[in-house]
Design a protein around this ligand. Sequence first.
Ligand SMILES: NC(=O)c1ccc[n+]([C@@H]2O[C@H](COP(=O)([O-])OP(=O)(O)OC[C@H]3O[C@@H](n4cnc5c(N)ncnc54)[C@H](O)[C@@H]3O)[C@@H](O)[C@H]2O)c1
Length: 449
Amino acid sequence: MEIAVVGTGYVGLVTGTCFAEMGNTVICVDKDAAKVERMRRGESPIYEVGLADMMQRNIAEDRLSFTTSLQDAAVSSDIFFIAVGTNPAPDGSADLKHVEAVARELGQCISRRAIIVNKSTVPVGTGEKVESIIRAELDKRGADIEFEVVSNPEFLKEGVAVQDFMTPDRVIVGTDSEWARDVMHELYCSFTHKTDRVLFMGRRDAEMAKYAANAMLATKISFMNEIANLCERLDVDVEQVRHGIGSDPRIGYSFIYPGIGYGGSCFPKDVKALVHMAGEVGFDAAVLRSVEQRNNQQKQRLNERITEHFGNDLSGMRFGLWGLAFKPGTDDMREAPSKVILEYLIEHGATVVAYDPKAMDAARRELPREWQESGKLEFADHQYDACHDVDALILATEWKPFRHPDFDAMKKKMKQPVVFDGRNQYDPEQLTKLGFSYIGIGRQAAFGA
Ligand SMILES: NC(=O)c1ccc[n+]([C@@H]2O[C@H](COP(=O)([O-])OP(=O)(O)OC[C@H]3O[C@@H](n4cnc5c(N)ncnc54)[C@H](O)[C@@H]3O)[C@@H](O)[C@H]2O)c1
């Protein structure tokens, strides 16, 4: 099939590359010319396991190409995926300006029967909106072209995005059109060959399913963080509680890790957008409001523990920070809890030396220049360099190389052997025996302090 994917971020680039991998001809469109240049050379602008190799293979075999011109892409394409960002507007609603801009452009340039697929996460009713924008543009041109707007929300996880796309748990397609249903089924059945996992439903149902999935996962995280806060106050180890409840198959182990809050480009904005959507129809989404509130508070939890341990004035102190990305496996720093910690430490007079296996370039780009130029924030070349002469080490992202480090080597390098474990990766008793002060989440006030 001839496919155009508009927007080449985490979703669009993975979508386009994986469709090409299955033998389709794909042209990816992005308005960012510098990004398009890099992708043409086979460079991935984002870090995702296996993505760059797959891109290079498909470019070499002429199935994958890149352009800044949707008009050029429209000449040969029958299916258009919209995969542009839907960041929050100031009122918390999903800002649809990019989706609407693409819809307008599509109305101006499609020249034959087309299926338009909305892969961006969009509020219920956006399918109708996109349809009417395209129709209005076609009317202006006096063009009578048949088209369908389909909802096909994306469920890939950053960090394992290629694997998720190639072997999806399910593919949701929202449409009432038999034509669109057949085309989408044919397109996706190569990914769900073993057992058919394409679920068809109404367009509005599909739009809501995406928000409900993310809100459910965010709720699990905030719920567990709430329990962790209670555990701290009741002298209970939340890790024991986690094992105790995760073993119940009705609950399961996924998304019940206590920590320093969820980040990334999806959960925070999607919970906000759902609360806003509820407000627009006169409904108070009380549970979701609390999920967001707990998460905002949880992002401060390690900062509070640092204050409890060291006091309010951190001037002259130096902290090591392991992990900048919002989760392991990605270089994405959008809404990362590490940013909240960095801001707190630097505002309270400390300096920080940070290390992340993949997000160093993103951090250099996104974190304030002033921090970097003034020496308030340094970047280490190796994880152990971030322990050198520090008063404490903070673990913010649970990358695998941080899970089982050489504690003796760390201790020798550190000025004070203090570990703030924002992801409960370490055994408090082991660290205490080794002479560290250990402060985790949802565990006794502090071990060895
Ligand atoms: N990141 C995820 O893990 C994830 C997972 C599932 C769903 N989603 C949803 O998918 C959508 C895209 O997310 P993302 O993280 O890939 O976004 P992103 O911000 O990484 O990428 C969006 C891309 O779209 C491009 N763009 C914007 N307007 C354009 C236009 N008019 N024409 C061409 N290109 C344009 C931008 O230049 C950018 O490269 C969002 O709605 C998001 O909620 C994201």
